[in-house]
Design a protein around this ligand. Structure first.
Ligand code: MTE
Ligand code: MO
Length: 199
């Protein structure tokens, strides 16, 4: 006879977790892609760390899958104003990816199949804040959501979480990515509502 179940979806848990101007989309998970969904065969897939580093660091799909993975449960916030609570992923921490990489770079451009790019300060990718994820809700990450693997940087607006990510280019200067050159905010902190350049 219970009509409203509070428990898991109850309000209390989510208090303080919705950034300004955002709404909870619940079970929905919109697909937001500028352009077609790329389908790179796994035999051709690799992940690289390049740019101002001590040398090219590269993992094939098999090598990437063999890196230590960890479960991640986070809230995500899209600049188009939907937020989604308690999303479950599994992936490789960027700390793991950057182990053994020598660099003096302070910025990163993440790049993807299809040409999408997004820029971030390197310090926003380290310290357990970002992952390359290949699993969503215990299933292989679906192509429309960025499979086989996407970046996940939940503390910034979701456009920073590049789908179909293939690598990180480390640089000493900050180079705007795809949406950033189209007027979106360079940094994109949802808690400071940094949606557009100048916010
Ligand atoms: N390669 C690529 N990554 C991308 C995008 C894109 O168009 N191409 N869109 C971004 C935007 S604006 C958002 S909100 C999220 C959407 O992810 P979703 O489609 O899994 O919801 O992906 C981000 N990553
Ligand atoms: Mo977005």
């Amino acid at each position: 006879m219970a009509v409203v179940s509070r428990g898991f979806h109850g309000r209390g848990r989510r208090d303080g977790r919705l950034p300004p101007g955002q709404r909870d989309i619940g079970d929905g998970f919109p697909v937001l892609t500028a352009g077609p969904t790329p389908h790179t065969p796994l035999e051709e897939w690799d992940f690289v760390v390049q740019g101002e580093v001590d040398g090219l660091h590269r993992w094939t799909w098999e090598e990437f899958r063999a890196l230590p993975h960890e479960p991640v449960t986070v809230d995500i916030h899209c600049v188009t104003s939907w937020s989604k609570f308690d999303t479950h992923w599994s992936g490789v921490s960027i700390d793991t990816v950057l182990e053994g990489v020598e660099t003096a770079a302070e910025y990163v451009v993440a790049f993807s199949d299809g040409g999408y790019t997004t820029n971030l300060p390197l310090e926003d990718l380290t310290g357990g804040q970002a992952w390359v994820v290949d699993t969503y809700e215990d299933e292989p990450l679906a192509p429309e959501h960025g499979g086989p693997a996407r970046l996940l940087v939940p503390h910034l607006y979701f456009w920073k979480s590049a789908k179909w990510v293939r690598g990180l280019a480390l640089t000493s200067f900050d180079e705007p990515g795809f949406w950033e050159t189209f007027g979106y905010h360079n940094y994109g902190d949802p808690w400071r509502e940094q949606r557009y350049a100048g916010d």
